[in-house]
Design a protein around this ligand. Structure first.
Ligand code: AMP
Length: 281
C-alpha cells in the first residue's frame, strides 16, 4: 500500500495506472476508520482495479469549530486497517495542500440541502461538495463509494456529479452497525460509557417507527411517539425525525406501499451528535 501527502506525487502514480486503463475506485474518509469505512473499501475492491482511499478531516464541512478540533484522529491505526483490507493507495493531504487559498465556490442543491442536515448544519454541504469535487478532480476515479449512513450526503454527491458533469459512478453502500444496532461512526468513540449504552435507542426508534407506519399509523402519530420516547431520556436532545421521499427528501404526508420512503433521525447524546436512517418502503 502506498501513501501520498502531495497531490503531484499521487497523480504521477495514478497516471501510470490510468494509462494502463485501470478502473480506479475511490473512498473518501475523514479517518478514525471503523468497519463502516472498511466495508466501503471492500465493496470498492470488488468493483475496481485500483482502490484509493483518502483521509482528510475537512475543516470546511464543520459548522462547529469545537467539533472540528475534537474530531478523533488515529492515522497509524487507520493505515494498518487499510492495509489489512488491501487498499492500494491512501491520500493524506494536509489543509494547505488541499486549500492553498480559501475556496470560494458556492453550491446550491435546492431542496436536498434545505432540510435535515442542511437545515441544522448551515454551510455543511457546501463544505462537503467543495472537498469532494476537489478530491474527484485530483483522483479522477471512475467509481466512488459513499455510505448510506450519511444518506443526505450521498444524494448531494449524486447531484454534484450531475451539476459538474463528472463521469463518475457513485455507489451507495449499506449502513454497518454495532451488534446492539448503533450505526458505526468515528464520533461514537467520544461517547461516555453511560451514553454509549443509551445510544442504540436511535436505531430502536427507527425500527419501531417503521413498524408503526407499516401497520397504518399516521406520520403525525409516529413523529409524536418518537418525540416522546426521546424526551423520556434526558441525555438525548432530538434535532429532527423526518419521514421523506428517498430521492427528493421532500417530507411525505402518507405512506403508500409503492413509494420510496426513508426515516431520518438526528440527536445530540450529551455533546455528541448522532445521525441514522432506515428504509421504510
Ligand atoms: P466519514 O469518515 O465520516 O466522512 O465517512 C466516510 C464515508 O464512510 C462516508 O461515505 C460515510 O457515509 C461512510 N460511513 C461512515 N459510517 C458508516 C457506516 N456505519 N456504515 C456505512 N458507511 C459508513
Amino acid at each position: 500500500m502506498k501513501t501520498f501527502e502531495k497531490i503531484a506525487d499521487l497523480q504521477s502514480n495514478l497516471r501510470i495506472r490510468l494509462e494502463a486503463k485501470a478502473r480506479i475506485g475511490f473512498v473518501p474518509t475523514m479517518g478514525t476508520l471503523h468497519q463502516g469505512h472498511l466495508s466501503l473499501i471492500e465493496i470498492a475492491r470488488q468493483q475496481s482495479d485500483v482502490v484509493v482511499a483518502s483521509i482528510f478531516v475537512n475543516p470546511l464541512q464543520f459548522n462547529d469549530k469545537k467539533d472540528f478540533q475534537k474530531y478523533p484522529r488515529q492515522l497509524e491505526n487507520d493505515l494498518q486497517l487499510l492495509k489489512n483490507v488491501n487498499c492500494d493507495i491512501v491520500f493524506i493531504p494536509d489543509v494547505s495542500e488541499m486549500y492553498p487559498k480559501p475556496p470560494e465556490e458556492f453550491y446550491d442543491f435546492g431542496q436536498l440541502e434545505r432540510v435535515m442536515e442542511g437545515a441544522f448544519r448551515p454551510g455543511h454541504f457546501n463544505g462537503v461538495a467543495i472537498v469532494v469535487k476537489k478530491l474527484f478532480d485530483i483522483v479522477k476515479p471512475q467509481l466512488a463509494f459513499f455510505g448510506e449512513k450519511d444518506f443526505q450526503q450521498l444524494l448531494i454527491i449524486k447531484e454534484l456529479i450531475l451539476k459538474e458533469k463528472m463521469p463518475i459512478k457513485i455507489v451507495g453502500c449499506p449502513i454497518i452497525r454495532e451488534n446492539d444496532g448503533l450505526a458505526m461512526s468515528s464520533r461514537n468513540l467520544r461517547l461516555s460509557i453511560q451514553n454509549r449504552e443509551q445510544a442504540p435507542l436511535l436505531y430502536q426508534l427507527l425500527i419501531q417507527a417503521k413498524m408503526m407506519l407499516l401497520k397504518g399509523a399516521s406520520i403525525e402519530e409516529t413523529k409524536s411517539f418518537v418525540d416522546e420516547k426521546i424526551k423520556q431520556n434526558i441525555n438525548f436532545k432530538l434535532e429532527y425525525f423526518e419521514i421523506a421521499n428517498a430521492t427528493t427528501l421532500t417530507p411525505v404526508n402518507v405512506i403508500s406501499q409503492t413509494s420510496n420512503i426513508r426515516a431520518f433521525i438526528a440527536a445530540f447524546l450529551g455533546e455528541i451528535r448522532l445521525i441514522d436512517n432506515i428504509e421504510i418502503v
